[in-house]
Design a protein around this ligand. Structure first.
Ligand code: PLP
Length: 368
């Protein structure tokens, strides 16, 4: 075998299609409404902003590497043992650490057809194979996931609700999935949008984590808490998983401003409630108004909607995206999620929501 003439990344790395974030600008447009990354239109709690600013006087100090006060605040908010919580630089980091800790070359991790793109990236980055389980009606299928399990399966990644579809599966279905998985398979329940869900049959998974050894729930401060810029997430996990992840975690992976803002955010219940109320109202309104225009909208329980466009020339998702972008309305193309005929729209401010509906009406040549 001839020696490589330059450094070669590990197997799998070059198979990764690098994550492309949602657009954030529209050239030549004065006022831009960014509805492409599922951010909250309400912004963070004013208390979180104040806590963040207060850190400016102490930037020379390392943060608390254990993020103890933040874990305690999360523990108080959810009634959880802080020792079973790990914080990360966004839940992305936690998902990647779980992959690094539990996947080796030749292992398999399952995600669903339109599942969050970080799962195959984390899987391939850890040298493992990303196995896709078919969805039905843009919704994860427990039967398809179980059918994809082999002796090599080490992780099942399930976003519930899922991004970019906005769909969810009931807690009964999550429990059925867990019951049928081999005990050595880690079930990762990614509940990034849990706060927005208003369904009696939904649970983020806390109870399942608390009562089993192979379930982890990840959460984020990027969505309802409006702290995406700070990169902050957390997971609730069995003690052995916490111990494993803590061994590979960077010693100061979460910054001091993120810790301070996170504590203030999780304690500001009124702000979270406002965000939930705003979302519930406008999610329903947007679905109804966009459907009135003749477009299909996948039922969503999160803070975004998947809008389907016809393949007819002049009415495609790509053309709609260009039309909206010219008006400063930035939605997300989701071709990378195997949804080339759809656009994903975050629920925005009242102004943004109304502008999108009016622009879509214009695009489709009808009156709103
Ligand atoms: C399903 C899902 N999980 C995780 C994340 C990552 O969030 P974070 O900002 O905490 O890394 C996102 C962000 O879009 C998401 O949609």
């Amino acid at each position: 075998m001839t020696a490589a003439t330059r450094p070669v990344p590990r197997a799998g790395v070059l198979e990764i299609e690098a994550y492309v974030p949602g657009k954030s600008s529209a050239p030549g447009v004065a006022k831009v409404f960014k509805l492409s990354s599922n951010e909250t239109p309400l912004g963070p709690s004013p208390r979180a902003i104040a806590a963040y600013k207060a850190c400016a006087d102490h930037l020379e100090d390392y943060p608390d590497g254990a993020a103890s006060e933040l874990r305690e605040a999360i523990g108080r908010a959810f009634g959880l043992d802080p020792n079973r919580i790990v914080c990360g630089a966004g839940s992305d980091e936690l998902l990647n650490m779980l992959a690094r800790a539990y996947l080796a070359d030749g292992d398999e991790a399952i995600h669903t057809t339109h599942g969050f793109l970080v799962y195959p990236i984390a899987t391939l980055g850890a040298g493992a194979k990303a196995v896709v389980a078919a969805e039905s009606d843009f919704t994860a299928s427990v039967d398809a996931i179980l059918a994809a399990v082999t002796k090599k399966t080490k992780i099942v990644f399930l976003a519930n609700p899922n991004n970019p579809t906005g769909t969810y599966i009931s807690f009964a279905e999550v429990k059925r999935l867990h019951r049928s998985l081999p005990p050595n398979v880690l079930l990762v329940l990614d509940a990034a949008y849990a706060e927005y869900v208003r369904r009696n049959d939904y649970e983020s998974g806390i109870e399942l984590v608390a009562t089993s050894e192979n379930v982890v729930m990840t959460r984020t401060f990027s969505k309802i808490h409006g702290l995406a810029a700070l990169r902050l997430g957390w997971m609730f996990a069995p003690a052995e998983v916490v111990a494993a992840v803590n061994r590979i975690r960077g010693p100061f992976n979460v910054s001091a401003p993120a810790i301070a803002a996170g504590i203030a955010a999780i304690e500001d219940h009124a702000h979270q409630e406002r965000a939930r109320e705003h979302n519930a109202r406008w999610l329903a309104w947007l679905k109804e108004e966009i459907e009135k225009l003749g477009l299909k909208v996948t039922p969503s329980v999160a803070n975004f909607l998947l809008i389907h466009f016809p393949q007819t020339k002049g009415r495609t998702a790509k053309e709609a995206d260009a039309f909206l972008t010219k008006r400063g309305l930035i939605l997300r193309q989701v071709g990378a999620y195997k949804l080339p005929d759809a656009l994903r729209m975050s629920v925005g401010t009242e102004e943004a929501n109304r502008l999108v509906v009016a622009a879509l009406a214009e695009f489709l040549g009808r009156t709103a």
